[in-house]
Ligand binder design. Structure first.
Ligand code: FES
Length: 214
């Protein structure tokens, strides 16, 4: 009885019941696709803003650590800033036997351990980063000293700007990893691009298990 009424209604409007159901089905499909497309666009468009993790984090160069000094913690960016020069080596930073060239410049080291993702800390008494979870240790520049870390700490790209705000230098990608950036003399400010991270390489450990350190 109800079907007969619907049929009568839709026929009265010049369409059959079957056509009516096709229209409903088509409209539902179109609505679903529109929602899916909207979600896809929302997912693909970067939503990071300057100053937030995932975007550019400005860093005042007046707060740079001394050469081979203790790292500066940048909690909002989830990185440490280090300023390195192995030609001025000390207990924190030194050239290992398998490193031919000086390591020099500013680097932004990601604060997450490469083993299982714990947050490690700088231990001033030992002049190195140490992870509380399973004991991995890292040199000031993030190179692993002791495992179980499978590789050196990751780094973000550092970008230098002059007083006009023009970019004048950026960390170079050397064999898939960001080399420390030697700041040009005219550098007025730097930013760290936390959306641009390179995984650390699986270099040899700096210490073997007998504790022989370079
Ligand atoms: S998570 Fe750092 S040593 Fe395991």
């Amino acid at each position: 009885m109800a079907d007969a009424t619907v049929d009568a209604d839709v026929k009265g409007n010049g369409i059959s019941r079957r056509e009516f159901l096709y229209y409903i089905w088509g409209a539902s499909l179109a609505l679903y696709l529109a929602q899916f497309s909207g979600l896809l666009v929302w997912f693909l468009i970067p939503r990071f803003r300057e100053g937030e993790f995932g975007g550019l984090i400005p860093f005042d160069i007046g707060n740079l650590p001394p050469i081979n000094g203790e790292p500066v913690n940048v909690p909002d960016g989830r990185f440490w800033i280090v300023d390195l020069d192995t030609d001025q080596s000390n207990d924190r930073m030194y050239l290992a036997q398998d490193e031919a060239n000086p390591i020099r410049g500013v680097a932004a080291v990601y604060k997450v351990c490469t083993h299982l993702g714990c947050i490690y800390a700088w231990i001033p008494a030992n002049n190195r980063f140490e992870c509380p979870c399973h004991g991995s240790k890292y040199r000031l520049d993030g190179r692993r000293i002791e495992s179980p870390a499978p590789r050196t700490l990751d780094r973000f790209r550092v970008i230098a700007f002059d007083a006009s705000g023009a970019e004048i230098a950026r960390s170079e990608d050397v064999d898939g990893f960001f080399a420390p950036l030697e700041l040009p003399p005219e550098t007025a400010s730097i930013s760290v691009d936390t959306g641009d991270r390179k995984k650390g390489p699986a270099d040899n450990l700096l210490c073997d298990f007998e504790g022989n350190c370079p």
